[in-house]
Design a protein around this ligand. Structure first.
Ligand code: ZN
Length: 170
């Protein structure tokens, strides 16, 4: 496996609309593994393929919902060709950061819960229903596939306080 370079704003490659994944071959499996390793090394809770210069509809997410419980294993998602099928009417506003916009955080309104259909790393169709922080992470990462960054949607963006820096993941 390899740790890949993460592109940072204002790199124009972050603005490209990604293409669907069509081949779930060995080369694709290596890309998935490299992205997982790169995300953990950063460290982050999510990474989208355009962030490492691959304009493909591919997202990896690894998130531990219960941070108090050190034994809890983080949930891992490898998502190809995602399509939202439902957004909750309930919205929540909270702080977000991005590995491609280092040193900043911002307030973003997102749906509290979402449903989506996608394919797993082997091309098998899957359906997901997520809420809370996980729903925020999915919305943030899938925006990357459309060339959208959280700073485009943020109500405000600022340099985080030390306390906020600890709180904001990704
Ligand atoms: Zn991001």
């Amino acid at each position: 496996m390899a740790i890949l370079d993460i592109l940072t704003y204002p790199d124009p490659r972050l603005r490209i609309k990604s293409k669907p994944v069509s081949k779930f071959d060995a080369e694709f499996q290596k890309l998935v593994d490299d992205m997982l390793e790169t995300m953990r090394d950063a460290p982050g809770v999510g990474l989208a393929a355009p962030q490492i210069g691959e304009p493909l509809q591919l997202v990896v997410i690894e998130y531990n919902e219960d941070e108090e419980d050190e034994d809890a294993r983080p949930k891992r998602y490898v998502i190809a060709n995602p399509q939202f099928t439902w957004f909750s009417e309930e919205k929540v506003t909270d702080l977000e950061g991005c590995l491609s916009v280092p040193g900043f955080t911002g307030t973003v309104e997102r749906s509290e819960a979402v449903r989506l259909k996608a394919q797993n790393r082997f091309g098998k169709p899957i359906k997901l229903s997520v809420d809370g922080w996980l729903a925020r992470i999915f919305q943030h990462e899938i925006d990357h596939l459309n060339g959208v960054l959280y700073i485009d949607k943020a109500l405000e963006v600022h340099r985080p306080s030390a306390e906020e820096a600890e709180q904001v993941q990704e």
